[in-house]
Design a protein around this ligand. Structure first.
Ligand code: T46
Length: 138
């Protein structure tokens, strides 16, 4: 079944606020995310005029978290587009396979954490938008 924008989820990560004013602690365990994490990477020092992403994945699922600062995620399922802004360390954006994504408008100091379902494989990437549309129409 081809994934659409309806399969994207904004997931609240459990937050433990310290009763003695020592700040917050968020934890991801068990079934917080709908897949097993196989890889973690993070984006940082991204210039405000730079775009990351600009591709889709064939099998890979991942969740993005703005650990610090903010950025926008443009999501496209081949039919429609939407933009979700991330700016909270206790919110994860789950992106299933088969969704085109572009990350832009990084604030100063923004850190994007990615929790990923697969090890890195270049063959899993669709980096050309026309190829993506062909993939979605099959
Ligand atoms: C995604 C967005 C949000 C590796 O060697 N290992 C890795 O785990 C990754 C993620 C990348 N790389 C290499 C591949 C390229 O030579 O690092 C270089 C930059 O990768 P890329 O151009 O794919 O980076 P982004 O920020 O455009 O895309 C990344 C992820 O690749 C992608 O899955 O959804 O962040």
């Amino acid at each position: 079944m081809k994934k659409t924008l309806n399969d994207i989820q904004e997931i609240k990560i459990p937050k433990i606020s310290d009763p003695d004013g020592r700040g917050n602690l968020s934890v991801i365990e068990k079934e917080v995310l709908p897949y097993k994490i196989e890889r973690v990477y993070y984006l940082y020092d991204v210039p405000s005029d730079a775009t990351r992403g600009g591709h889709a994945h064939i099998n890979l699922q991942q969740s993005l978290i703005a650990l610090s600062g903010s950025f926008d995620v443009v999501l496209d399922d081949g039919n429609e587009r939407k933009i979700i802004s991330l700016n909270k360390p206790d919110k994860a954006l789950f992106i299933p396979q088969g969704i085109w994504r572009e990350l832009e408008n990084f604030s100063s100091g923004a850190v994007c954490l990615a929790l990923v379902s697969e090890i890195y494989k270049e063959e899993d990437y669709i980096r050309d938008y026309k190829d993506f549309l062909t993939f979605k129409s099959r």
